[in-house]
Design a protein around this ligand. Structure first.
Ligand code: SGN
Ligand code: CA
Length: 519
């Protein structure tokens, strides 16, 4: 007989199913209140070599995917364009003079407040894999697995929760493997924050032997200010980061000839570096570079021709390192997809600062000029960011810590100096800053970029170089985006300079920076 009323058993099943649904949506809500974070950072990756920003040199489909499925920050900057200071700013949400890490020689005070510590206290599992470079051991992480100092591109040892252990393989692959492995074994009942911090694309740009086939025979476009004469810019004239003058033929450009004719300052250092390769890696390495060395010696280049050859050689190795990063970011994104994590995970990709790809004739960073003050920043978070979003507001690395906390539903401490980026995602017309503060301290040191501080507005930049120099520079970024014409001292700009100096002073008061030369 057909049952008119549900049986007791089916009522029970319905109640259980409803309960399960309720708890399922409850846990989804909880998950959304505490999204996971994957914070990927590379070292010295320029906007010029990230095709979301600039596709003249390389296509980076996997990095682009983060922007296409999320957002690109078109005006993203750092506050001190050098490694460990930038990392300390990101961890603390505070400028260098406040967190104490003003240059690479400092030892980070790990007892201070950082966003990983605050996330950990809120129930997150925190993990750091790759480059750290802050000299003290990491604090605030349930797991850390870091390179020793700058690390090596090949077979680099790692400090794994206190133990120094060897690894085999190419460092960008190793860091990605370690990251995926940690995700596999994490406590799946807790939200996580994973920092994947690559060594690439740092000097000396050693590519993965598997990618030597890339860019064969390609001639990259040369920046039109490659042969800059630095007129009106004393600090720019006095640096040691010139492709022509400072790039070492053996160390940077891999011209280690067997005959020993190419004698350079860093030949020995490079030989030492190659000793870390396995015989197989070394064979592949030599197979790639020996014909290049032979052709270079035969050509007997000098002057302008040599300069342009150096530029092309630099670009080939750098871009191969970028390609490896792109492939490995793809692997990580695929893993998040396969595990069903993509929807509730904030994925951020940035670099510790930008880099010169021959602009002004340079490699390296440090200067407050655009190429190195900018840093790439893309972010995917399906819950709050529509695919294909573009943000044009000026954001800075002081903003990362408050953003991660805010999106994770953790209160942002009042002493953090950055602003959460969440209002850009959620409000139509968010209130936003109209000027950025910058301060670089590492002088005298490698590359000899003088100490300077300054202000950048949407249109202008005013910089003061100090310490063993006292010069000011003013740029109109709308008319002179490559910062070739220093307008400081021209009568027509006097009142603009006055008003920028006042704004600069106001920023120094706001951030509590009293300029001293005691660092
Ligand atoms: C090393 C590099 C420099 C680089 C600094 C800082 N020399 O000293 O070229 O400017 O790191 O880079 S190397 O011979 O060791 O490669 S940072 O990204 O760590 O700040
Ligand atoms: Ca760096």
């Amino acid at each position: 007989m057909k049952q008119l009323f549900p049986s007791l058993q089916s009522i029970c099943l319905m109640v259980m199913a409803a309960g399960a649904l309720a708890s399922c949506s409850q846990s989804k809500q909880q998950a959304q209140a505490h999204p996971n974070i994957v914070f990927i950072m590379t070292d010295d990756h320029s906007l010029q070599t990230f095709s979301t920003y600039d596709d003249r040199f390389i296509k980076t489909p996997n990095l682009d995917r983060i922007a296409q499925e999320g957002a690109v920050f078109r005006n993203s900057f750092v506050s001190n364009s050098i490694c460990s200071p930038s990392r300390a700013v990101m961890l603390t949400g505070k400028h260098s003079h406040v967190n104490g890490q003003v240059h690479n020689g400092c030892v980070f005070d790990g007892s201070q407040q950082t966003f990983p510590k605050l996330l950990q206290a809120a129930g997150y599992q925190t993990s750091l894999i790759g480059k750290w470079h802050l000299r003290s051991l990491p604090t605030g992480f349930n797991n850390y697995d870091i390179l020793v100092g700058q690390g090596n591109y090949y077979n680099s040892p790692f400090i794994t929760n206190g133990d120094t252990l060897p690894t085999d393989g190419y460092v960008t692959n190793v860091i990605t493997d370690k990251s995926i492995n940690w995700l596999e074994h994490r406590d799946k009942d807790k939200p996580f924050c994973l920092l994947v911090h690559h060594k690439a694309t740092h000097r000396i740009w050693q590519p993965d032997t598997a990618l030597f086939n890339l860019f064969k025979g390609v001639d990259f476009p040369v920046p039109d200010n490659f042969f800059d004469d630095y007129e009106g810019r004393q600090a720019a004239a006095e640096q040691n980061m010139s492709v022509i003058k400072d790039m070492d033929l053996v160390y940077d450009l891999k011209m280690l000839d067997k005959e020993g004719d190419i004698k350079t300052k860093y030949r020995k250092a490079y030989e030492g570096m190659l000793n870390g390769l396995t015989p197989e890696q070394r064979a592949a390495w030599d197979k790639e570079y020996e014909p290049v060395i032979k052709a270079f010696k035969k050509a007997g280049l000098s002057g302008k021709e040599l300069a342009l050859w150096k530029y092309q050689r630099y670009m080939h190795d750098y871009l191969r390192c970028v390609a490896s990063v792109d492939n490995n970011v793809g692997r990580l994104l695929d893993y998040l997809d396969q595990q069903g994590l993509a929807d509730n995970t904030i994925v951020v990709y940035t670099s510790d600062q930008g880099f010169y790809m021959g602009e002004h004739g340079w490699f390296d960073k440090r200067f407050m000029y655009e190429e190195s003050m900018r840093t790439p920043l893309v972010m995917r978070y399906p819950q709050k960011i529509k695919p294909g979003t573009e943000y044009n507001q000026m954001v800075q690395n002081i903003d990362y810590a408050p953003t991660f906390l805010d999106l994770a539903g953790v209160k942002v401490p009042a002493d953090m100096q950055g602003q959460s980026l969440q209002p850009l995602m959620t409000s139509e017309q968010p209130q936003w800053r109209d000027a950025l503060y910058y301060h670089y301290y590492e002088f005298p040191n490698e590359h000899m970029v003088k100490r300077h501080y300054g202000i950048r507005t949407n249109r202008y930049k005013l910089i003061h170089f100090y310490n063993n120099i006292d010069t000011w520079e003013l740029y109109d970024l709308a008319n002179d985006p490559k910062e070739m014409h220093n307008l400081f001292g021209q009568k027509a700009y006097d009142s603009l300079v006055d008003s920028l100096k006042q704004q600069l002073h106001a920023l120094q008061v706001q951030y509590g920076d009293t300029i001293t030369s005691t660092y």
